[in-house]
Design a protein around this ligand. Sequence first.
Ligand code: ADP
Ligand code: ZN
Ligand code: ZN
Length: 687
Amino acid sequence: MCHWPAVVVATPAHSGVGDALSYRSERALAPGTLVRVPLGAREVLGIVWRNDDAPPEGLAEGQARDVAQVLDALPPLDAAWRDLVGFAARYYQRALGEVALAALPPPLRELDPSQLARRLKRPARAAPAAVDPDSARALTPEQAAALEALSAADTAPALLFGATGSGKTEVYLQGTARTLAADPSAQALILVPEINLTPQLEARFRARFGDEAVVCLHSGMTPAQRLAAWIAAHTGRARIVLGTRLAVFASLPGLRLVVVDEEHDPSYKSQDGARYSARDLAIYRGKLQNARVLLGSATPSLESWHASEQGRYRRLAMAARIGGGSLPRLRLVDMNHQPKGALIAPPLLAAMGERIARGEQCLVLINRRGYAPVLACHACGWKSGCPHCSAYRVFHKLDRTLRCHHCGFTQRVPRACPDCGNLDIEPVGRGTEQVEEQLAGLLADVKRPDGGPVRVARMDADTTKAKGSLEAQLAALHAGEVDVLVGTQMIAKGHDFRRITLVAAVQPDAALFAADHRAPERLFALLMQAGGRAGRDAAHSGAAELWVQTWNPEHPLFAHLRTHDFAAFASGELAEREAAGMPPFAHQALLRADARTQEAAQAFLNAAAAATQDLPHREAVTLFPAVPLTIQRVANVERAQLLVESPSRAALQRFLAAWQPVLLQCRGLPEARGLIRFAVDVDPLSL
Ligand code: ADP
Ligand code: ZN
Ligand code: ZN
């Protein structure tokens, strides 16, 4: 007898290939089984999605192709995993095959059954998760209450609203320990924004649960490492998966707990392919697999905060810092009253000097890397624009280059203005390199307690490119070899620095007036998080300070920052969002188009909008006119987008699904000639 498995294979976005392809098989294959099937002239990896009773109509029995190989050394992917992937594909408007195959580790695509069997040699039984009881701490009352609430009968997602330094990690660790102890096959998934930024977290999980029980999953791993980790999770041998957003798709048959650390972090939202939110999928996955979901943050996303206000999420608050340390005091520097052109205002400089002389450390935050964002000629007005992008190339002084941070185009700095030959071309604005350079000079008179000169270091994407360099720089900081660390937002995240007592944000104002409605939320989070690096050691914390240089000291954001009052800030922002009909009070999607010309990109979008008259729920959605992106051209590609909005998530979803075939048709219109690609971004993070 013959079987008719419907197999999902990797399909390019918008290829128009249906959800699953029909094959023939001698054997019955359980859904979730991995197979290799012929596709055109190639043989590709596929996943059996379901079994049909007969060949699809129109396909004669003899035309069907046979499943080539069955990777049956691997247990089938379970129904929950398939449901998760199916949901993600539908919700984010992508092909099922694209999402499903992208969720598997890449080397799996190449292996034949015997190669795979060799990889599976290791025993597939659950690791014992040897909890080291000595490493578990006595919990503070707030931690204990949060942990109790987490295991209470109420299974709604929990939002752990814990101040920086309140000991959220210990709650994750002990929550995990309880989960694993309750059931020998239970698994926990711990999501973090960027694993490299938090080497301490991995170390703590390994120390507590043993190396065998913990695997990591993130894009920085080699393909072979990723495959091994994925298999360990899929077979249940690994009890804990620690990973970045892609780990939300790990196959975890025993999943009982999902933790999303720093749940507000934008890196949980994928920015290409299926633009999924790992945080949102974690919530869905928790429901599917009956797993607890714990979102943690000192500055939750407004979406999660709103859900906790409504009672959809349970809010578990931990306001106190471990050891009773207080949160840093806000010191606003009104730049209107400072010497003109001062990079670091005199009072801030004096405060830094005092701390360094006492053996304490300072963090200086500036959200631009390089020396200066632009190089300009004051004689003729030339600026260091990128020939391929509508953006300026950034001046990097150390290697004397002009680099485009969008397309990577790099050239040596010209000796003279390329337009008029003027020799004095000058940097405009400031980046991390410049702050590092100038601070060394500004602090030249300050001495460390040992009499030595002040040591200034810099940490940004440029200094941490080489493998291991980030870890080395963090270690130097922890060892006290650095007095002042200058860096981008990466220094604000998650680190548990002990001797930092002063954090300064030197030019945060741009975000106060950005067109993007999420900019204030992100700035508030950044400053709270950055400030949270200070005073974590109670020995110093009485004096911890967060300095902010601003031209707008009256801005309400700073009033809430002063009182560390996230709740008040959030309620103000939410009220504005509600009045403006913005998320989370409305639901959005973007249709984005890349094309050779801006006209073609917009023409495609407008044609797509015009062709929606007969679509379901059309009356429930608003389509806005096509507009160019803020950075409209990148690497010679013109970019435009069109916003779609609806008060109803369900209506928006049905509308978008019905729109897909229309978009495919519009792609072929004459006015859309030059269109390169289009994509739908559901719940976009920036407009
Ligand atoms: P958060 O993630 O909330 O900012 P951490 O989890 O980094 O805070 O905890 C802050 C510090 O307090 C860490 O050094 C941690 O080791 C320590 N800590 C956490 N819980 C306890 C506890 N119950 N007793 C003693 N120290 C603790
Ligand atoms: Zn010039
Ligand atoms: Zn460029």
